[in-house]
Design a protein around this ligand. Structure first.
Ligand code: LMR
Length: 394
């Protein structure tokens, strides 16, 4: 039986992680997988997470099961973080999931159950695993234009022209902030236009919110999600705690499914419990519990927010420095977009051959589409990268 399996194409991002690990060069630079690293190249455990873990170790009395959709305290705290304090939480069905990927997977399964055959629109480009999960679930997807290769900003006219073809009941997958892989994001006016268009067409947004707090700040990064949630009757939100709490391996995520009809909300809540049970039963609790403790304890929350802000500002400073170094090396402003992009990633606009040359000649690892993880840099490696980009003629 097992011998009949067909080999699966390896995930390009995870494949790159292994290539980097096996490279013996001491001066190699990892700009691949989306993991935050500080100036020492370390992915630190955040102070508030450490403090919460200590408290939890002392106070936790059982490891028995939680609820099938996760702990209520976690679901409430996360709904508050994402939707804001004033939101009508009566509209929200939710389930804790293993990481943000689990939430995306679950959202797509929910769509499949509610509207078999629904078409899912995805940005071109998008996180490759979106496409992979859609394919795995046998769901139909269509790309909408998103990135302008010339300006390295959003091709908003192209996007809206493509989305003009969405039909009622179609699903539009949007990155709530910090677009992965490009780093190019809609401005508030453009989000308003997207909201109005979805309202008019009756399409349902599925928002992937994996980087809240990594772009313009915790509140600003949730603004687009809140706008859509406030205006549209049905919204799905797949959120991750991996990056903003730095708890990647704990697998803490959540799916929020908003409806404006109480009957639909109850049906959705029951279906989320069903889906968790079919997929893995109870969601992981450790990371979710740490997040709950942090979000409900004013001192821990303040410390977490302060550290998250340091992380965000560090990435912004690296963006500024890289844009400046590239100005120096190339004598042009054509990499100015790096300082405008937000989040961990920017798409450089290099060819696959140039990306391969950066890896072979300089030990610089970025994803084949020339997505680089800004957080993989530090103030010493920024000039090295800029010189290498210049030498590769990008
Ligand atoms: C990334 O895009 O690098 C991250 O979201 C990690 C992953 O799972 O791909």
């Amino acid at each position: 039986m097992l011998g009949n399996l067909k080999p699966q194409a390896p995930d390009k991002i995870l494949e790159l992680m292994a290539l980097y690990r096996d490279d013996p060069r001491a001066d190699k630079i990892d700009l691949g997988v989306g993991v935050y690293k500080n100036a020492l190249g370390v992915t630190p455990i955040m102070r508030a997470v450490k403090a919460a873990e200590k408290q939890l170790w002392e106070a936790e009395t059982t490891k028995s099961y939680t609820a099938l959709v996760g702990d209520q305290g976690y679901r409430d705290a996360m709904a508050g973080l994402i939707l804001g304090a004033g939101f009508d939480m009566g509209r929200v069905a939710s389930a804790a999931t293993p990481g943000g990927t689990g939430a995306v997977h679950m959202a797509l399964e929910l769509i499949k159950l509610a509207a078999p055959g629904a078409k899912v629109w995805v940005s071109d480009p998008t996180w490759p695993n979106h496409l992979s999960i859609l394919k795995h679930l046998g769901m139909e997807s269509t790309a909408y234009r998103y990135f302008d290769d010339e300006t390295r900003g959003v091709d908003f006219d192209g996007m809206m022209a493509d989305l003009a073809r969405v039909a009622p009941g179609d699903v539009v997958l949007l990155h709530g902030c910090c677009h992965n892989p490009t780093g190019a994001n809609l401005n508030p006016t453009q989000w308003g236009e997207v909201a109005a268009h979805l309202e008019k067409t009756g399409a349902v947004p599925l928002i992937d919110l994996a980087y809240q707090g990594f772009g313009d700040g915790l509140e600003a990064d949730a603004a687009a999600t809140r706008l859509l949630a406030g205006r549209l009757p049905e919204v799905l939100i797949a959120a991750s705690c991996s990056k903003n709490f730095g708890i990647y391996r704990e697998r803490a995520g959540i799916l929020l499914a908003l409806s404006s009809d109480p009957k639909a909300k109850d049906l959705t809540q029951g279906t989320l419990a069903y889906l968790n049970r079919q997929n893995f039963s109870f969601p992981p609790d450790h990371g979710a519990r740490l997040v709950t403790m942090i979000l409900t304890d004013p001192a821990l929350k303040a410390d977490w927010m302060a550290e998250l802000e340091e992380v965000r500002k560090n990435m912004l400073a690296l963006r500024e420095q890289l844009a400046q170094e590239l100005r120096r090396v190339t004598g042009s402003d054509r990499f100015g977009f790096i300082a405008q992009h937000r989040g961990m990633f920017s798409r450089l606009g290099a060819t696959p051959e140039q990306v391969a040359a950066l890896r072979a000649d300089h030990g610089i690892y970025m994803v084949g589409d020339s997505r680089l993880n800004i957080a993989g840099l530090n103030d010493k490696t920024v000039p090295i990268l800029a010189e290498a980009i210049g030498a590769a003629g990008i």
